[in-house]
Design a protein around this ligand. Sequence first.
Ligand code: GLN
Ligand code: ZN
Length: 774
Amino acid sequence: MTAKSAAAAARATVYGYPRQGPNRELKKAVEGYWKGRVSADALRECAAALRRSNWRQLADAGVHEVPTGDFSYYDHVLDTSVMVGAIPARHRAAVEADALDGYFAMARGTQDVAPLEMTKWFDTNYHYLVPELGPDTVLTADSTKQVAELKEALALGAAARPVLVGPVTYLLLAKPAPGAAADFVPLTLLDRLLPVYAEVLADLRAAGAEWVQLDEPALAQDRSPAELNAAARAYRDLGGLADRPKLLVASYFDRLGEALPVLAKAPVDGLALDFTESAAANLDDLAAVGGLPGKRLVAGVVNGRNIWINDFEKSLSTLGTLLGLAGQVDVSASCSLLHVPLDATAERDIDPQVARWLAFARQKTSEIVTLARGLARGTDTIAAELAANRASLASRAGSALTRDPAVRARAAAVTDADGRRSQSYAERAAAQRAHLRLPLLPTTTIGSFPQTTDLRAARADLRAGRIDTAAYEERIRDEIREVLSFQEKAGIDVLVHGEPERNDMVQYFAEQLTGYLATRHGWVQSYGTRYVRPPILAGDISRPEPMTVRWTTYAQSLTDRPVKGMLTGPVTMLAWSFVRDDQPLGDTARQVALALRDEVGDLEAAGTSVIQVDEPALRETLPLRAADRPAYLEWATEAFRLTTSGVRPDTQIHTHMCYAEFGDILQAIDDLDADVISLEAARSHMQVARELATSGYHREAGPGVYDIHSPRVPTTAEAAALLRKGLDAIPAERLWVNPDCGLKTRGWPEVRASLENMVTAARDVRDGLPATTS
Ligand code: GLN
Ligand code: ZN
């Protein structure tokens, strides 16, 4: 392949880079500032040094145009709110007194003032702060941050392109401000927002920006005709400005669909599109509109949100096709590299034969540069890289880690019957009632009890070799005794062991399953200064030995009441990991499900009559486009049923979900065929109980009566009032009493008081029930 002489040579670029620094310097500086140990100037200097070092790294690696403005002390959507002046009234005084402290007050709240709400950025695990907009919101431009960061990069001699959240996405991500009508549509503020963007664009132009990127990932979701019209209008107006930089409109995470012709027709200078697997349709859709003649196309061929090396030949073939479809084709990752860790070479504990399959932000950057060079100057100029890439891909495809014949044979032999309980729900419910003999409105918890500093210290001591395994396990047993004795005294009906041994509900299992890799430095920003290290689901999954049975049976040995076994479900195991990209997700889920099915079987054999399989991530992994949802829900619910269907009819299967609106997945909840579901419900005043009831759900349910996200102790009367609301929707025979979620982030004093009140509330309500039931 040779580059077309007519087009300018392909350039390499990225949309954003991990912000934290190689040793999470940013986290330390920001948290130090909050604690008063780091001055504002020192924080600013730390941030500027991290930005400089990122730009130098990118430029040295051969990136032609570096991004600016993607850096953030906390969150880039919050930065956008500041840029357009959308400061909620309750934070205005703080922002006027001190811009930096006011910024953090919006992010984190203060004693007296609530922060902005936080939610997931599309279907990633990054959380942004939700803009609050109302009919009275006055929008004004503040380009300070954007202009300053552009100037910093230009001063280094780099070609730089500011990256902004686009106006349409910004409004679509917003919610009505407190005080505004609940049905207020933030998108109606578009006419007020566009002049603000025009001003920022002019400032950036004056500061030396040739190009500005406007990110519109919200257009990769299903959009109404009115929303598509708004997008058309936005880019007609911004494109029509007299003195403006060139505009590059970017989308990612899925295909652009109906929005593609809209943006292709808009008077902007280029589009950046996702061309990875999940957005492959962009290629055909782009061809169908006749491409982008005379315009710039930035091709996101390197997956920006997973950690596997690129398939160079495949990417070059995509890029080759694209050459005919635009005036200029540049190469990039599909989205900001914010969603992957910094540097795979830091992972010295991973077998080098496996590490060569991994590409974190640094490695992705050099992949992009290589592809751009191959595209610009011909593949013979990257012959060595191509050969190495081919060899690494072959090593992955042929590895025993990714191809375990026993796992594959077992997965292939799965039948429909394996995913079905031996009896209908009604028969099982009767068997369970006889077996468990629980009172009406049984009380339980979601699994974890407080993860105290003391427990975390014990784990750190074990890791550092200060204590041995025997001493650590003794510490865990002490904790389990404590948790059991409290629950018995409080009068809870179905007990838990409290999960003291678990660092994290996914990592704990990943560490014990063959096929999973752990990283040491693979930090990814989850929100603000919180970073997570998702495990890597790299190979075929098997379970060398039982993972939870020891702790559960120890807990059961201490009490006559049923102790609930606690597992993380297959969908959540995938959702909070980096997943393999060399087979369909459903195949991976099935392997994880089979490993968990064995654990469920072992728990039952050891005498566990109630087993909970948590799926808090079922809703969040729902594909962005409605058309893709049925296929996802099919494999997801099948994996759950495969995990749980091997048990006797009188063994009760629970599941748990939280952090979500469940309206979209009520049918899927039923399809799980679990006997009992516990759900977050306290803050929405039992709305989910009503939704379940109207959807015809006929199993048992425990909508949470106690909001565990706050240290506040609910009174008995409050818990009882919520429970009575629950009873309006779900009859007493099928209603459970439990908190919204696990208690691991709470402290013991409030947990004790809250659970005691919850149990008293259950008794009060139970006593008031007509005597005929049960
Ligand atoms: N069993 C887990 C716990 O209680 C569930 C956590 C979750 O839903 N996120 O901590
Ligand atoms: Zn939960």
